[in-house]
Structure formats: structure tokens, C-alpha cells
Design a protein around this ligand. Structure first.
Ligand code: NDP
Length: 450
């Protein structure tokens, strides 16, 4: 990057760090975006004069609240509750709720900031938000999770609504948690509306929503592979995570002819050189969603290796789909992946690669799809769930999957449009950041000083 741009990026980041002290994940997310956007903004100075970047990096509203609940022993527990309403210029705030002990303001602001650009890329009318709690559903009984969710929603319901803010799931929030929160919202507000997405099929949910993020990240990888006249057939694929996203990425990769050889959770990774086929995957879904067990149990049942405390990236693979959490691929992991021949990384998780890892991928000119483009299928299908709720209709599986696939193809085209460099290399980071930014920025300018 030219020195002039670097100085502008540094100046911008100094202000961000001063205004948002200690929020390192938020700084990281803003920095990545600002690096690609500053040159574009310098060439389009009306965005600069309107201070769009400064406005976009300040949430429209931050809601912080206490969540008291009672555990099974009758003891009172207190957690923190958050909702970041980041940007509503192109639609109601939309983005997931994360329940994990690491949740804090900085992490949720990074996620909300990314969400604004991601939602814009889907072409659907959705603003950006994110929320959650430092509550850990792991090891809690169903009744404890229910009491927590009810308490959380008792406060959150004052701030959300189908035309205002529509949360969904994220880490630690799946169908069970969405159900408990939806029930409480309905009870307090006395209305049956599409206020949350990721709902059960019997009560307003959309087919394909659970699969959408994993399927979408795979469709995006497929589009990237096509630019080099390749496909998934016969490819070795490393996947991390084993929650809402990873199993469905595994399913789609397998359907497209690839062989998935790893999965992981916070205790370590499993390696199955024979591949995680349909039967094994069904068992993983049962393990995670019914038994609520740990991924290491896979090895006892199906063989292979368990690597305690390790991420899967040392494995030799062609394609990597990180689907667990932020900063799970560091510089060293990225170097090992590239050295072992990995030529495509499609991020199911949000910001799973550190800035140094991203640099390794871009310098090696491999196909690298950042989360805000590659995992947008989840929120896109949430958008389709909102549409079905408004129409009071349910679309078929085929219909939703076709829409999702088309959206992912179009996101890829947008990245190609804004990210293709002079030598033909597609810089998907740049493409996704500029592609997502333009629509939001134009809407903000049209709506005056908001
Ligand atoms: P889940 O909670 O269902 O699964 C997360 C998986 O990652 C689990 O296997 C979990 O292991 C593991 N994990 C979580 N935190 C860590 C950590 N600090 N270190 C190592 N492993 C960890 O979440 P989702 O599958 O919903 O989300 C995964 C990623 O995808 C997140 O980055 C999320 O923001 C992103 N995403 C999710 C969408 C969705 O539709 N759900 C949409 C778009 C993005 P363990 O069980 O041991 O904690």
C-alpha cells in the first residue's frame, strides 16, 4: 500500500483505539476493513466528506443489561447481556446472539461491524447487529438454559421486534436457545412474529436455515475453485468446529465429491483419514445436539486420531474451512497450510484468520474467502426466513437452497467485481469490503446525518 494510504489508515486507527480502549478484536476488524477502504474512499471523496467510515465504526446504539437467573441448586447467578445495534441504514438490525464465557463488548462490536458489510453483500434489506452474553450453556441442564434464556429475553424484548431488530443464533445459541427465547418474547409481548430467526420448522422457521452457513461457505469455495477451473471432486478438506456450522459444511463438501478429514471443538481435533461420511456425520450431529458430548468421542466410535488441545491445520489438505471461532488460524498455521499445498480457504467462522495469517494467504495468492463473504449464507437464509414470516408462507427445501446458492454466487461476483487486481488475482478481502460498503454508505448519505 502506498505510504500516503498507510498514514491515513494509521491516523484512523489511532482514533478508533482511543475511543474504544481495550477492544482488540474490534480494532482488528476495523483495521482490516479500513485498509481496503481508504484507497477507495480517497478516489470517491464524497464518502470521506460525509465521514461515513467514522459513522460506521460507531454503533447506533449499545444495550447492556443484567441477566439474573437461578441454577438447579437454587443459587442465584448473574450474567451480562448485550445487544449492539450497529447500523440500520438498509434494514432492521440483524445478526446473531452469542452465548460464550469469552463474550465481551469488543468481541460483539467486531461481530456487529462485520455483520453490517456482510448483510449488505447478501443484497437483502438487513442492517447489522450482534448480541449475546458471557453465559456458558455447556454443562448446564435444559432447565438452567431455559431459565437463563427467559431472563435474557425479558430485558431484550424491550429493544427488538420484527421491524426493528431481528436476532439469530451464533456460538452457543442453536435451536434449543432460540426456542426458549422465542417463547418468552411471545409470552411478554403477546404477539407471534418473526422476531428471531433460526426458529423450529413448526413455528415459523425456514428449511435450510440450520444448514445455510455451512452450505454457503462451501458454495462460496466452489465458486472460488471455479475461477481456477477446479471443483471439490477428490479434494482433501480440513474443517474446524463441530457446532452449528461445521457439520453442514462437511455434508455439502461430501455431496460435492470432497473428503472431509478433520473436525474439532475447544478440547482438540479429530483426524479421520478415511473421511467423515454421511453415517459418521449423522452420529456427530447426534453427539453434539442430543448427547451434547465432546468431539474426542468420535475416535472411540469411528477410529482415527484425536489431537488434544490442537487445531486441525497441520493436516495435509487442499481446502480448509475454519468453522469454529475468531483467530483460530495464526501465522504459523497459515504457513503450514500453504506449505502442505492448501490452495483454498473459505471462512465459515467470523474472522478465524489473524491479520498475519491473512497476509500469508494473500501473499501466496491462494483462494482466500473472508468470513463476511463466505459465511453470509447464514444471515442470507435468515433474511429468507424473515420474508417467509412476513408472507406467512413456507418455502420448500429446494426453493430455499436454490435462493441460497444464487445469493452465494452473486456475493462471489461482487467480490470479483471489486477485488480483481491488475494481474487477475482476486483479492476477496478487498472485494468483500468495498462491495459491502458501497450500498450502506450510499443509503447513509441519502438519509442525511444519521
Ligand atoms: P457453535 O457454538 O455451534 O460451534 C462452535 C464450535 O467451535 C464448537 O465446536 C466449539 O467447541 C468450537 N469453539 C468455540 N469457541 C472455541 C474456541 N475459543 N476455541 C476452539 N474451539 C472453539 O457455533 P456456530 O457453529 O454457530 O459458530 C461457529 C462460527 O461461525 C463462529 O465464528 C460464528 O460467529 C460463525 N457464524 C455462525 C453462523 C450461524 O449461522 N450459526 C453464521 C455466520 C457465522 P466447544 O463446543 O468445545 O465450545
Amino acid at each position: 500500500m502506498a505510504n500516503m494510504y498507510q498514514a491515513l489508515v494509521d491516523e484512523f486507527m489511532t482514533k478508533i483505539k482511543t475511543r474504544n480502549p481495550g477492544e482488540k478484536e474490534f480494532h482488528q476488524a476495523v483495521h482490516e476493513v479500513v485498509e481496503s477502504l481508504i484507497p477507495f474512499i480517497e478516489e470517491n471523496p464524497h464518502y470521506k466528506h460525509a465521514k461515513i467510515l467514522e459513522r460506521m465504526s460507531e454503533p447506533e446504539r449499545v444495550i447492556l443489561f443484567r441477566v439474573p437467573w437461578m441454577d438447579d441448586k437454587g443459587e442465584i447467578q448473574i450474567n451480562k447481556g448485550y445487544r449492539i445495534e450497529m447500523n440500520s441504514s438498509i434494514g432492521p438490525y440483524k445478526g446473531g446472539l452469542r452465548f460464550h464465557p469469552t463474550v465481551n463488548l469488543g468481541i460483539l462490536k467486531f461481530l456487529a461491524f462485520e455483520q453490517v458489510l456482510k448483510n449488505s453483500l447478501t443484497t437483502l434489506p438487513m442492517g447489522g447487529g450482534k448480541g449475546g452474553s458471557d453465559f456458558d450453556p455447556k454443562g448446564k441442564s435444559d432447565n438452567e438454559v431455559m431459565r437463563f434464556c427467559q431472563s435474557f429475553m425479558t430485558e431484550l424484548c424491550k429493544h427488538i421486534g420484527p421491524n426493528t431488530d431481528v436476532p439469530a443464533g451464533d456460538i452457543g445459541v442453536g435451536g434449543r436457545e432460540i426456542g426458549f427465547m422465542f417463547g418468552q418474547y411471545k409470552r411478554i409481548r403477546n404477539e407471534f412474529t418473526g422476531v428471531l430467526t433460526g426458529k423450529g420448522l413448526e413455528w415459523g422457521g425456514s428449511l435450510i436455515r440450520p444448514e445455510a452457513t455451512g452450505y454457503g461457505a462451501t458454495y462460496f469455495a466452489e465458486e472460488m475453485l471455479k475461477t481456477r477451473k477446479m471443483d471439490f471432486n477428490g479434494k482433501l478438506v480440513a474443517i474446524s468446529g463441530s457446532g452449528n456450522v461445521a457439520p453442514y459444511a462437511t455434508e455439502k463438501v461430501t455431496q460435492l465429491g470432497g473428503k472431509v478429514i478433520t473436525l474439532s471443538d475447544s478440547e482438540g481435533s479429530i483426524y479421520d483419514p478415511k473421511g467423515i461420511d454421511k453415517e459418521k456425520l449423522e452420529w456427530v450431529l447426534w453427539l453434539k445436539n442430543v448427547k451434547r458430548g465432546r468431539i474426542k468421542e468420535y475416535v472411540e466410535k469411528w477410529g482415527g486420531e484425536f489431537w488434544p488441545g490442537e487445531r486441525p491445520w497441520k493436516v495435509k489438505c487442499d481446502v480448509a474451512l475454519p468453522c469454529a471461532t475468531q483467530n483460530e488460524i495464526d501465522e504459523n498455521d497459515a504457513r503450514i497450510l500453504v506449505k502442505n499445498g492448501c490452495f483454498c480457504v473459505s471462512e465459515g467462522a467470523n474472522m478465524p484468520s489473524t491479520p498475519e495469517a491473512v497476509e500469508v494467504f494473500i501473499n501466496a495468492k491462494i483462494l482466500y474467502g473472508p468470513g463476511k463473504a463466505a459465511n453470509a449464507g447464514g444471515v442470507a437464509t435468515s433474511g429468507l426466513e424473515m420474508t417467509q414470516n412476513s408472507m406467512r408462507l413456507s418455502w420448500t427445501r429446494e426453493q430455499v437452497d436454490k435462493e441460497l446458492h444464487t445469493i452465494m454466487i452473486n456475493i462471489h461476483k461482487t467480490c470479483e467485481k471489486y477485488g480483481t487486481e491488475k494481474d487477475g488475482f482476486i483479492n476477496y478481502v478487498k472485494g468483500a469490503n468495498i462491495g459491502g460498503f458501497v450500498k450502506v454508505a450510499d443509503a447513509m448519505i441519502a438519509q442525511g446525518l444519521v
